[in-house]
Design a binder for this molecule. Structure first.
Ligand SMILES: N[C@@H](CCC(=O)N[C@@H](CS)C(=O)NCC(=O)O)C(=O)O
Length: 202
């Protein structure tokens, strides 16, 4: 299998963390296709994911899988892993937590493109403010919910760790830890896992 990824992508990090957690490191070749942005074109990536986004997984039979929740669930399935429980409500809860985390990432990545790529004269402060408010609200929900997170992480917890890592990486000036002591404590603990510690974006 081949994972098309970017070092800075928090969605790709989620998949890389799962690869390590599931002991699949030797079964997945990692390939960085170079710059991936909404305004770049990468024929090799487009052939695997028509949406032109990372991560994308190319299977040995030529089939491609995207996006990160689908890839993670596939890897968990082939390795018979514990990250997507079958028990119905635990499964729904962890998928919900993953959705919340992916939502924060979608907003954060869009804001990153807005500030790093979009020409300054086209940037829209009202839009930026509203995306930031959504993120702050979602982080407040995580502060309340984190005391009930699974003690052995499922896909939801892995996603949230990647969310907070991405906030540190790209948005360090608005520190998410301020006013969120429980989430800070939870993050310090989960970051002791090798899979997360060895994939910190830099
Ligand atoms: N829903 C997708 C989101 C992936 C995504 O947004 N990836 C970004 C990099 S972090 C990307 O490829 N952006 C290029 C683009 O928007 O065209 C997933 O979970 O994999």
């Amino acid at each position: 299998m081949k994972l098309i990824f970017a070092d800075a992508s928090p969605f790709a990090r989620k998949v890389r963390v799962l690869i390590l957690e599931l002991g699949l490191k030797d079964s997945v070749e990692l390939q960085d296709p170079g710059a991936v942005t909404p305004v770049s074109n990468n024929d090799q990536l487009n052939a695997i994911n028509p949406l032109g986004m990372v991560p994308a997984l190319e299977l040995d039979n030529g089939e491609s899988l995207y996006d990160s929740p689908v890839i993670c669930e596939y890897l968990n399935q082939i390795a018979d892993g514990p990250f997507f429980p079958v028990d119905s409500m635990r499964r729904i809860h962890t998928l919900g937590l993953q959705a919340l985390g992916d939502g924060i990432l979608d907003l954060s990545v869009a804001l990153r493109y807005e500030s790093a790529i979009r020409p300054q004269e086209l940037q829209w402060q009202n839009w930026i403010d509203h995306q930031n408010e959504k993120i702050e609200r979602a982080l407040d929900v995580l502060e309340k919910r984190c005391t009930q997170f699974e003690s052995t992480p499922l896909i939801g917890e892995i996603t949230i760790a990647c969310v907070l890592g991405y906030r540190d990486f790209r948005f360090a000036t608005t520190d998410w830890r301020v006013g969120r002591p429980a989430l800070t404590q939870w993050f310090d603990l989960i970051m002791q896992r090798d899979s997360l510690a060895s994939t910190i974006p830099a």
